[in-house]
Design a protein around this ligand. Sequence first.
Ligand code: GBH
Length: 456
Amino acid sequence: MTDFPQGFRWGVATSAYQIEGAVDADGRGPSIWDAFGAVPGAVAGGDTGAVACDHYHRVPEDLALLGELGVDAYRFSVAWPRILPTGAGRVEQRGLDFYRRLVDGLLERGIEPFLTLYHWDLPQALEDLGGWRSRDTAQRFAEYAVVVHDALGDRVTKWTTFNEPYVSSIVGYGEGRHAPGAREGHGSLAAAHHLMVAHGLAVQAMRGTPGHEFGIVLNQSPSTPVTSSEADVAAARRHDLLLRRQFTEPLFAGRYPDDYEETFAGVTDLSFRHDGDLELISTPLDYVGINYYYRQHVADAPHRDPDPATRTSIDVGIDTTRLPDVPRTAMNWPVEPEGLTQTLVGLKERYPDLPPVYVTENGCVYPDNPGFVDQERIEYLRTHLAAAHDALTAGVDLRGYFVWSFLDNFEWAHGYKHRFGLVHVDYETLVRTPRASFHWYRDLVAEQRAGTAAAG
Ligand code: GBH
């Protein structure tokens, strides 16, 4: 592996609901994912995050593993329902104590905490009031952010507001594949906007401590038309708007996308946009995190719902299942590392004032081999790191890279079937076993830190 710059941050990532379990411990309130997991058919195999990796009770063991891995940084999320069990009002000190112990354990090992405030686990009490459809939730989020920032701001300097607001809004409120499982066009677009407002409010409320940095994490990948036909090119553009530009244009250009209204036909009620929102949303950031997994191939297609009377405004006539003849992972995700270079370089070209970038997630799923020799994962990570390096060479200010994930975990609507970890977790015994990729990454990080990486 070619040398990365000195100071480049090497990390691994997780999120609260996917690993913690202990959903009733220490006064935690229910989240939308607890409720969604109880809906028959919502999550594969009827799986829930009730136990997950039981990380909540196994922090010392997991910290020891992170120490052995030798990473510079650990990206994790705070569960809002542990801090404010009903979303607002009473603060649960035991929840804050848990994250304080985690952060202290990281700092003792020289691992920098990258804290995410929201990785999809909204307190159910706020969903009952409308969830992200409601602008009030943005205000509640900013209050929650200040509580966590006041409690941990003496120890944590990297503050991420949201992980992939696209998934929280469009997948959760529009497609219904994620919690809260709603299928609303207008509601999901309102949710998307309110998440951005919440981001701006929270950053402005937390700002002020010297040395603290604020950012957001976005799913990004090129939307590639399957043919060069006008129809497929237009479909790819609609797809890119739905998944990415409705977030990046306000964030990094301070404007709404010009094709928003024509694409989301029927969204005539834009009253969720208030004067001053764009200034709020485009508040300058210190970094942006990019989650990259695969390149998307987009074709023009009929609407999913043929009836315009019942069709939602996000049913924009696209098909993303026509994949080229390239290798796939066990989740059927295409393996195209050059898509990562294209993503990073493309963002920088589109937004010249883009803040410094981290790849905050990248990883894959393959079936396990005896002895957990996951050569395919090593190959995936190696080629994607080379692609990230190409972006550096092309002038992108890339500051770090996080593998998704440190541990196998609850893969949302897929349940426990798909394993992303450098560390295997046996869900019966909860025993952790490092895979070959863990040792490979450990050696890579050590070499890079010593600056002794061999070329190639
Ligand atoms: C991430 O979600 C999550 O942050 C994490 O919790 C999860 O476990 C992990 O990935 C693995 O699934 O990339 O814009 O072309 C990612 C879910 C959302 C994957 C959007 C791919 C395709 C759109 N994804 N997506 S894009």
